[in-house]
Design a protein around this ligand. Structure first.
Ligand code: MN
Length: 155
């Protein structure tokens, strides 16, 4: 998906969000951003290569209406959205009215993660945030590719 979709949806003269950048540092960080847009949701982003194992590093992104569960076994819907540039990991602020995703963005948690297992349809990783800690799975629905489930597993 790379970053074309991200760029197309935004007018960078009108929103404080970061532009896509070519230069990126490969690390494994995650962020959860509370996004008070027309529908409140939580954006969960993992710093990973575009194609998970190769490609330019981006923030693979999911919109999670109910947020990332903290209790093992509780499954929440996570809707895949366009890749975001790595610089977005630090973004907090107000996206002005009339712009894509208008509303307040707040960082709820941020930290490192360790990718434990992956296929094209499933990721298993350990979150090392301040609030979110432990082993999680993100798994894609077979029928609807945009829809994933995120849940915490017991160690
Ligand atoms: Mn959002």
């Amino acid at each position: 998906m790379a970053l074309e979709k991200y760029q197309k949806k935004r007018k960078f003269s009108k929103t404080p969000e970061p532009k896509a950048q070519a230069k990126i540092k490969s690390q494994s960080r995650f962020v959860v951003q509370k996004h008070s847009a027309s529908h409140l949701h939580y954006d969960f982003r993992l710093e990973l290569p575009d194609k998970i194992i190769k490609g330019p590093v981006v923030l693979k992104s999911w919109a999670v209406p109910k947020g990332i569960p903290t209790i093992a076994g509780v499954k929440h819907l996570a809707v895949a959205v366009e890749d975001h540039p790595v610089a977005y990991i630090n973004f907090a602020g107000v996206i002005p009215k009339g712009n894509y995703g208008a509303g307040l963005v707040e960082i709820l948690d941020k930290g490192k993660f360790k990718l434990l297992e992956h296929t094209s349809k499933s990721l298993k990783f350990e979150l090392k945030g301040k609030k979110l800690r432990g082993v999680y799975v993100l798994t894609q629905f077979t029928a609807q590719k945009k829809n994933w489930l995120v849940f915490k597993v017991k160690k």
